[in-house]
Design a protein around this ligand. Structure first.
Ligand code: NAD
Length: 303
């Protein structure tokens, strides 16, 4: 079954941003859709919209950081629609600031959602997809993990977000290699967007109470990171709808890497050249020194 025509989609983070846009495209392609998200109200609103487009929808509220909840998602998917043909491990949150200033809860929250959420999705859905492939030679399945350009670069003051997104790229490349050992019917992809207007800069709305440090006010660097990411995200010119379309295009073409801003790959080239030549990491603001100066001034003002 090709995800481009019918099939079953499982989309995490389906209530907003890339997940919601991917749900819209999936509905247009006649897919049955499992829409999973942590936000109950936003999920209900999104579900109503996607059902209004004529799709069969299974809404599923969960926290992707919790293994048992992702296992329950997989069981509910199998029971209602059968094995998925498209799994979009996409739910994510943002947190920035100087890397030593994150609280333990910041680390646990972002690693839990952005990395373990993807790991749980891969762990529970890949066996379902491989079983479906074995049972039906015409079955085709695609697993798309959302990383970021932050998974290929190491821009400063982005803290744990860079760390987990690099891990998602590594997880996805490993998945690609491992799948190629055992199947030609199930494919892996990684989505690496640059700044795109969505709700990602308002991620604190998704932080559960148990992941908040009592009385921990944000540090100066965290406030600076928040302001810079809000500005960068909201001024992005590529839309979330375009990025979701790139995901479907990549599945149709069996392309592993999915980029929203190919020009930003120049920074990846510089980073790889740094590594290959044993050079220290290059100034990420070399092309726009005023940005680096602004960041330094903002951080040092408080010291
Ligand atoms: N927008 C960008 O500029 C950008 C750039 C690179 C990568 N990304 C990544 O794209 C992915 C999607 O984010 P978006 O930009 O659409 O943001 P978004 O905030 O609009 O959507 C994220 C969705 O994930 C859900 N979510 C958050 N925590 C969850 C949890 N624990 N369990 C289940 N659902 C949860 C949110 O409720 C929300 O609906 C994220 O992984 C993000 O890191 C975004």
């Amino acid at each position: 079954m090709n995800p481009a025509r019918g099939g079953v989609a499982v989309i995490t983070g389906a209530a907003s941003g890339f997940g919601l846009e991917a749900s819209r495209i999936a509905a247009g392609r006649g897919m049955k859709i499992v829409m999973a998200d942590v936000q109950a109200q936003a999920l209900q609103t999104a579900r109503a919209e996607i059902e209004g487009l004529g799709a069969q929808v299974l809404p599923f509220q969960l926290d992707v950081a919790k293994a048992a909840e992702v296992e329950a998602l997989a069981a509910a998917t199998l029971q209602r629609f059968g094995a998925p043909t498209f799994v979009f491990n996409n739910a994510g949150v943002g947190a920035g600031g100087l890397i030593w200033e994150h609280t333990l809860k910041d680390w646990e929250w972002v690693v839990g959602v952005n990395l373990m959420g993807v790991a749980h999705g891969v762990r529970v859905f890949t066996p379902q997809m491989l079983a479906a492939a074995q049972a039906d030679p015409s079955y085709r399945g695609h697993i798309v993990n959302t990383a970021s350009m932050a998974g290929l670069l190491c821009a400063p003051n982005m803290g744990v977000y860079n760390v987990v997104k690099h891990a998602v790229v590594a997880l996805s490349e490993t998945l690609y290699q491992d799948l190629s050992l055992v199947s030609e019917q199930v494919h892996a992809h990684v989505l690496c967007p640059f700044f795109v207007p969505t709700g990602i800069h308002e991620s604190e709305r998704n932080r559960p109470a148990e992941m908040s440090e009592a009385q921990a006010a944000p540090t100066r660097s965290q406030l600076v990171a928040q302001a810079m990411s809000s500005k960068a995200v909201s001024s992005g010119k590529v839309t979330a709808a375009q990025v979701a379309q790139f995901v479907f295009d990549a599945m149709d073409a069996n392309r592993f890497y999915i980029f929203s801003h190919p020009l930003s790959l120049a920074g990846v080239r510089t980073r790889l050249e740094d590594i290959m030549s044993g050079r220290n990491p290059s100034d990420p603001f070399a092309a726009k020194p005023e940005l680096g100066q602004q960041l330094r001034a903002a951080l040092q003002a408080a010291r």
